[in-house]
Design a protein around this ligand. Structure first.
Ligand code: SF4
Length: 257
């Protein structure tokens, strides 16, 4: 593993500029709101959204990469009564801190079932050339991340997914609704929560946030494709920086879940 670049980190705790993301105009690309869902508003309590999801979609399933949003959603989901699976894809390139966060969450929430797809994957396992992330990150994500989860979801066939995306994470997520229509309904209870609110919730509830987050890795993916965020950047600006890529393909694009 290469050394992690943390030289440009400026967290509020360190006295740096706040890394606040600003409201922005909606962009094309977000899923269409599910008009059969209740008319949740910006001030709706995520717990109410999750409770609705559990009733409307008892087979709802939660994929997670254990970022700040995901950890908060997981805690809220348990409070709302979720007792299902938390599904994580091991690409073989995750930070040790991410895998440790998964372990801490599994210990904290024994009522949930933590599922790891592709467990034990590693860069030399032959699934892809070991450096495909550098030459064709879309292809690498498609094989190592999207395909395993798509295959699992085809087997489980949940009618809905609980997802932790929020509008202020990135311009491409600026208009996601609470409930997105589609073959699989996507329920986004944190759509309107800001990063500051998520952090406050995590602190108030002493949640096991990935320690990289507090080093400026506001969105943590594979170590090969993630850097710390710089002041003023979107929370996801450290993902595939300089590669013209903003999403792994799970939530946007032709093979989205
Ligand atoms: S984030 Fe990078 S290493 Fe991970 S699956 Fe995508 S391209 Fe491959």
């Amino acid at each position: 593993m290469t050394a992690v670049d943390r030289s440009d980190v400026h967290t509020p705790e360190q006295g740096g500029s706040p890394l606040t993301t600003k409201p922005r105009a909606p962009r094309a690309g977000a899923g269409q709101a599910d008009r059969s869902a209740p008319s949740f508003g910006p001030d709706s309590d995520p717990l109410d959204v999750i409770r609705w999801a559990l009733k409307a979609h008892p087979d709802v399933l939660m994929p997670s990469a254990f970022n700040l949003n995901g950890v908060v959603l997981l805690d809220l989901a348990v409070r709302a009564g979720y007792r299902g699976e938390v599904v994580f894809v091991d690409t073989g390139y995750h930070f040790p801190e991410t895998l440790q966060t998964q372990g801490r969450l599994a210990a904290r929430y024994p009522e949930l079932t933590f599922v790891t797809l592709n467990a034990g994957a590693h860069p030399e396992d032959g699934q892809t050339p070991h450096d495909l992330y550098a030459t064709d990150a879309d292809a690498c994500c498609a094989v190592r991340k999207v395909a395993p989860l798509q295959a699992y979801l085809r087997r489980k066939a949940p009618s809905a997914l609980l997802n932790a995306r929020s509008r202020d994470q990135a311009a491409t997520r600026a208009d996601i609704p609470f409930v997105e229509a589609g073959a699989r309904v996507k329920v986004n209870p944190l759509a309107h929560w800001t990063r500051e609110r998520l952090e406050a919730y995590a602190r108030d509830h002493d949640l096991p946030v990935n320690p990289l987050y507090w080093d400026g890795f506001l969105s943590v993916g594979c170590w090969t494709c993630t850097r710390a965020v710089r002041p003023g950047e979107d929370a996801r600006a450290g993902r595939w920086a300089g590669k013209g890529k903003t999403e792994c393909g799970l939530w946007a694009g032709g093979n989205a879940l």
